[in-house]
Design a protein around this ligand. Structure first.
Ligand code: SAH
Ligand code: SF4
Ligand code: F3S
Length: 442
C-alpha cells in the first residue's frame, strides 16, 4: 500500500491546486498563476489532496471573506501533515495586507505573494520556503502573461491595476496599490489573439476601469477593442464620478459593447456618500443613470450597496431604500459594512450594531427581488441575443447563456449550439433567470 502511494506521487510530478476567493480580478489572477505554473511544468490537480502545491488566492474586502480563507487554510494543514513535500502558498489581498504576519498566524504556510508580484510565482515556489513577495514597487503592467483560462468562450482581460480612490471603507487601495494602466497596444493584441482563438466575449478588468489612462483614455481603448471584431465587450467596475458623457456616447455607438453597466451607488444618502469619500451626490448619480437610459435603450444597470456604514441613521437608510425604488436597478449586491483595519471608516464614531445591519440588509434584498422580477417580466415576449455557454445548472436538459444585458437565459436546445449567438424568445421570467426557446426553430 505504501509503495503504491509513493509510486502515485512520483507519477504525479508537480501539481497545483488553487483556491480562489473574492472578485473577478482574483479569478483572473488565479488564471495567470496557473498559466505561469503550467509553463513551468506543473500539472493542474483536480483536488487539493492530490496537489504538491496548494495556493490560496485570498480576498480581504470583508471580514467574512478573510474568515472563509483562514478556516479552509486550517483544514489544509492536515493534508500537509499526511503527505511530506506538500507546499502551501498564500496570494491575493490578505497576503499583501498581512505579509510575513501570515507565518505567525499559520506557521505551516511556505510562501506569501501579493497581487502585484504574480509574475514571480514560479521562481518563488521553486525557492526555499519562508519567502515573502509583497513589494508594491514592481511594475506588473509591463509583463506579458499567458493565463490558463477557465473558459474558451469568455475571457477576462486586465487593463489596469490598483485604485487611487480611497473610499473610506475600502481595503483595496492598500492591497492592490496605486493605479497603473496597461499600454493599449498590448491590451488590443491580447483581445485580437483571443478572437483568433475563437473567444466570443471579453470583460475588461480594473477596480476603476473608466479612469484607465495610458496612451489613450478608456473611451479610446473601447473604440480600439471594438475594432478588433470580438463579438462582445464588457467591463467592470466603473466609478460613477468618472462616467463621462463621452463614454456613454461611445457605449451607445460601439456595436460590440454590451448594454450592461455595473455602477456601484453604495448609499442613497448624501451625508453618507460624503463620509465614504465617493465624490458624487445621489442626484449626480441619478442624472448619470438617466442619461445612460436615454442614450442606450435596453441597458441593464446593476449596483452595489453598503448597509450600516458608521453613523448611518434610520432616515439615511430610508434614503437608500427610496433610491433603489427610484433607480429600478436590474440587480444589486448589498453588503453589511465590515470594518477593515487601516481604513478611515474603521475608526469613525457610530459603528452600527450587527442586528441593525442585518435588518437593513434583509429589507433591501427583499425589495430588490421584487424590482428585479418586475423588470425581468417586461422582457417576456422579446427576442434576446444569447451567447450559449453550456448546459444549464438548474436543469441539465436545458442550455444556458447570457443576454447582452447580462441576464441568464435557459432554453431547450442541444450542445452543438455552445459558443454561438442564438436568438431566444423569452417566455417565462424569474428573479435570477429567464426561460425561453430558440426563435429560429419556432
Ligand atoms: N472597485 C470596485 C469594487 C470594490 S469591492 C468598486 O469600486 O466598485 C466590491 C464592493 O464591495 C464595493 O462596491 C462595496 O460595495 C463593497 N465593499 C467594499 N469594502 C467594503 C467593506 N469594508 N464592507 C462592506 N462592503 C464593502
Ligand atoms: Fe474600493 Fe472605492 Fe477603489 Fe472601489 S473605487 S476599489 S470601493 S477604494
Ligand atoms: Fe477582494 Fe482584493 Fe478583490 S480585497 S474584492 S480580492 S481586490
Amino acid at each position: 500500500m505504501k509503495l503504491l502511494r509513493s509510486w502515485y506521487i512520483f507519477k504525479m510530478g508537480k501539481s497545483v491546486y488553487i483556491y480562489t476567493y473574492g472578485c473577478q480580478m482574483n479569478v483572473h489572477d488565479s488564471e495567470k498563476m496557473r498559466g505561469l505554473l503550467v509553463q513551468d511544468g506543473f500539472e493542474v490537480a483536480r483536488r487539493p489532496e492530490e496537489a504538491d502545491l496548494i495556493v490560496f488566492n485570498t480576498c480581504a474586502i470583508r471580514e467574512k471573506a478573510e474568515q472563509k480563507f483562514y478556516s479552509q487554510l486550517g483544514r489544509t494543514k492536515f493534508i500537509k501533515r499526511r503527505r511530506s513535500g506538500v507546499k502551501i502558498a498564500v496570494s491575493g489581498c490578505v497576503a499583501q495586507e498581512c505579509g510575513r504576519g501570515i507565518f505567525k498566524r499559520a506557521p505551516f504556510v511556505d510562501f506569501v505573494l501579493g497581487p502585484q508580484n504574480i509574475p514571480h510565482i514560479a521562481k518563488m515556489v521553486s525557492g526555499s520556503p519562508g519567502s515573502v513577495y509583497v513589494d508594491d514597487a514592481y511594475d506588473i503592467t509591463t509583463e506579458e502573461l499567458f493565463p490558463d483560462r477557465d473558459s474558451s468562450l469568455k475571457a477576462w482581460v486586465s487593463i489596469m491595476y490598483g485604485c487611487n480612490n480611497f473610499c473610506s471603507y475600502c481595503i483595496v487601495p492598500y492591497t492592490r496599490g496605486r493605479e497603473v494602466s496597461r499600454p493599449s497596444g498590448s491590451i488590443v493584441s491580447e483581445v485580437s489573439a483571443l478572437k483568433e482563438k475563437g473567444y466570443r466575449e471579453v470583460t475588461l478588468l480594473g477596480q476603476n476601469v473608466n479612469s484607465y489612462r495610458s496612451d489613450t483614455d478608456f473611451t479610446g481603448l473601447l473604440r480600439r477593442i471594438d475594432a478588433t471584431g470580438i463579438p462582445r465587450i464588457r467591463f467592470v467596475t466603473s466609478h460613477p464620478r468618472d462616467l463621462s458623457d463621452d463614454l456613454i456616447a461611445a457605449m451607445a455607438d460601439l456595436p460590440r459593447v454590451c448594454e450592461h453597466l455595473h455602477l456601484p451607488l453604495q448609499s442613497g444618502a448624501d451625508r453618507i456618500l460624503g463620509l465614504m469619500n465617493r465624490g458624487y451626490s445621489y442626484r449626480e448619480y441619478a442624472r448619470r443613470v438617466e442619461l445612460l437610459r436615454k442614450t442606450i435603450p435596453g441597458i441593464a444597470i446593476t449596483t452595489d450597496i453598503i448597509v450600516g456604514f458608521p453613523g448611518e441613521t434610520d432616515k439615511e437608510h430610508d434614503s437608500t431604500v427610496r433610491s433603489l425604488q427610484e433607480m429600478e436597478f436590474d440587480g444589486m449586491f448589498a453588503f453589511k459594512y465590515s470594518p477593515r483595519k487601516g481604513t478611515k471608516a474603521s475608526t469613525m464614531d457610530g459603528q452600527v450594531p450587527d442586528e441593525v445591519k442585518s435588518e437593513r440588509l434583509t429589507e433591501l434584498l427583499l425589495m430588490q427581488e421584487d424590482i428585479t422580477r418586475a423588470i425581468n417580466r417586461r422582457l417576456e415576449g422579446t427576442l434576446q441575443e444569447v451567447l450559449v455557454e453550456g448546459l444549464a445548472e438548474a436543469d441539465a436538459g436545458l442550455m444556458t447563456g447570457r443576454t447582452r444585458s447580462n441576464k441568464i437565459v435557459n432554453f431547450e436546445s442541444s450542445p452543438e449550439v455552445v459558443g454561438s449567438l442564438a436568438m431566444i424568445r423569452i417566455e417565462r421570467t424569474m428573479t435570477h433567470s429567464l426561460w425561453g426557446s430558440k426563435a429560429d426553430s419556432e
